[in-house]
Design a protein around this ligand. Sequence first.
Ligand code: ADP
Ligand code: MG
Length: 586
Amino acid sequence: MTTFESLGLSPEILKAIQDLGFESPSEVQEQTIPVLLEEPTDMVALAQTGTGKTAAFGFPLIQNIDLNSKKTQGLILSPTRELCMQITNELKQYAKYYQNLNTVAVYGGASITDQAKQIKRGAQIIVATPGRMKDMIQRNIIDISNINICVLDEADEMLNMGFFEDIKEILSHSSDQKNTWLFSATMPKEVSIIAKKFMKNPKEITVGQKNISTKSVSHEYFIVSGRDRYSAVKRVVDANPDIYAVIFCRTKRDTQKVAEKLIEDGYSASALHGDLSQAQRDMVMNSFRKKQIQMLVATDVAARGIDVDDITHVINYQLPDEIETYTHRSGRTGRAGKEGKSLVIVTKSEVRKIKQVEKIIGQKFTQEELPSGDEICKRQLFHLADEIKNTEINSEIDAFIPDLEAQFEDLSKEDIIKKFFSVEFTRFHNYYKNAPKITQHSVDESYSAGGGDYGDETRFFINIGEKDGFNWMSLKDFLKEQLNLDRDGVAKVDVKNTFSFFNVPTNDVEKVQSTFETFKLKGRHVNVEITKDQKSGKSKKFGGDRKRSDRGSRKRFDKSKSSDFKGKKSGGNSVKSSFERRRKKS
Ligand code: ADP
Ligand code: MG
């Protein structure tokens, strides 16, 4: 087995590695570190999330710094503020035995003057987001003309976020003599363009599926109808009282919506997305790290690369738009040698995407049934029983015992147990007794059996039009943005005075419906419906049937919800508090 000692690392770094408890280098570290230490070179390294890329570039970068100079010698660009802070913290740990090495994080949403002050004191390494970095260079606060090394971390994500121009601008202020090390989980076209444009004969390293973290992740999926996504998540959560999860949604709006619903239902959850202020995001992340929040509902960008141990479940509320992103999501769990589950909620028409994901992760999914109401009640019950059994007896209670015993004098042990557990059991039982079984919707079945070809389009009616200020072009843009569809995603937009029509690929029908389910325009509920005059009779039947039967089941479900909600609320809180109790014990 390769050791850190054999890679050519300095005694200071080796000592820090020992403190960190890393036993042996990960594959990407094993491959990159000796190469980067040996001679100046450009590099492209591809490895999945959780493979230890930070140390792969961090160790050689630190070892490259001339500690006699206070000049900025290394720059790391990374897509988000959270990652900047995370990388900076890691580097500080790696370099803790170097007295004079300063690493400074530079990112938006925080005081530029404070960051400028830190840099004035001498920052040999700067870890920055591209936007703020460009700003600081333009204000002459940072001089990168002397950097020897520039690291582009999570390059694919930076490009996804539209940082190409900023990166180009930043790099134009650095010398041609420097080396560029690009680290990325995936190699989309844009990344290879960067590699060609900014790098000279880069050495290329690709690390296969081997991954320090994700090999202990199992992947499961559940097929439900689009409207049952939330109920499906709720069941998973109810069936796993100790869950500590990240729930990924595709859009900010879904993220907010799911978090709000969970909170309303009494769970300990919070949303994390780009519309929150930096202070809010920090607060959410801190509470999640401290396990004061049990479920983080996040967009991909907001949660990218975030390194929190002990996450038991990653829940994909929807699959990501870019299949590659799935590896980033599932990599959030199964860390530090623990087991984790990555669950995906899909509709029947999305099942084929599971196959694509399987190819990318090199692992098989298993299809699972959502737990039934009975199963959930059982698990909650035995979870409570375990908790009670493991509770240490508090001697302060002794004073009350004679009176308590007197109160239960007439009851047998069996009855006491029955009554005691009924307190908790009844709450879940009432909630689930009327809840319909969640399965994929039967109409989805007939729909897909009828052949949901890729080329198929479905026409929608929407109750906004010219009087809301739209013409066909602006409505098309609006729809593309709301639905997160690409250029060809919305077609045949026909705008009337108070309503309009548009087509989307039939594959995206569910997306349209879920997007507009709760959407409001200027306070008014926006209604979209599949039009009756579809050219394809299949779609018409699909639309009509789906609607009627969904209404019926929703109504039943809502009723059980409203009558049991209050009870459930405290149930949720007790889930939270028992979760916190568990934490304190451990
Ligand atoms: P990536 O950037 O590839 O997603 P990170 O650099 O964030 O991965 O590393 C993921 C986690 O693995 C971090 O908690 C890090 O401290 C840990 N780690 C890194 N290298 C090793 C190693 N050689 N042995 C054990 N843990 C490691
Ligand atoms: Mg990383």
